[in-house]
Design a protein around this ligand. Structure first.
Ligand code: SF4
Ligand code: SF4
Length: 195
């Protein structure tokens, strides 16, 4: 009698493991396993055209165990945290928080598609620690000088317009209770390390 060889369900296991990993890195309850692949998230996402994969496709890749493909995708780095997708998701999946979870894993493993996103985040958090808030002019100037210097001249008219209407300041301003903010950020760091 010939006994049929049954291959172990490698893909399914990889998918389940990666799903559990992303879920464990998501703040609160992700509900990612409830995704029905309806595509409402991608359809309502203002950044979808700039993403390698729509959020729906990213969630399908997670389930398929395509860890490298997900971590090297620009999708989470293009996410604006606008929460539009979260409002429209019929399954109440915490899509924005899942994007943060993917970025957290990618950053830890230096598996991101380019250092543009992580650099931006690093400068932003540096300003938040120093001033208690972001300084838009300094953040933008530094980011573009470092990564897209040739685009800076084209942005000058917009910067002047924003300055004229009081939307950006020439100099940074500081909040008063920075010590309290530092305590919050320190606690957030501790919680993150404990995950
Ligand atoms: S809207 Fe929600 S259920 Fe639909 S594909 Fe996106 S995450 Fe999945
Ligand atoms: S939160 Fe991110 S993924 Fe969701 S709609 Fe906004 S930009 Fe797109």
């Amino acid at each position: 009698m010939v006994v049929a060889q049954v291959s172990p369900p490698v893909v399914a296991d990889a998918g389940a493991r990666f799903l559990a990993e992303v879920t464990s890195k998501t703040a609160g309850v992700s509900r990612l396993e409830m995704c029905i692949q309806c595509g409402s998230c991608g359809g309502s996402c203002p950044s979808a055209s700039a993403m390698d994969h729509t959020p729906r496709a990213i969630f399908a890749l997670i389930r398929a165990g395509k860890r490298d493909e997900v971590l090297r995708s620009n999708t989470p780095w293009m996410c604006l945290s606008c929460y539009h997708c979260v409002v429209r998701c019929p399954q109440e999946i915490e899509i924005t928080d899942v994007m943060y979870a993917i970025k957290t894993i990618a950053e830890k493993e230096h598996a991101y598609p380019s250092n543009v996103g992580p650099d931006f985040g690093g400068v932003f958090i540096g300003q938040a620690k120093r001033f208690g808030r972001s300084w838009d002019l300094g953040l933008t100037a530094r980011h573009y000088l470092r990564h897209f210097p040739l685009r800076l001249p084209g942005m000058t008219p917009m910067a002047f317009g924003l300055f004229r209407h009081g939307r950006i300041g020439l100099l940074p301003t500081r909040i008063r209770q920075r010590k309290q903010l530092h305590a919050i950020l320190k606690r957030a760091d501790e919680l993150e390390r404990a995950r």
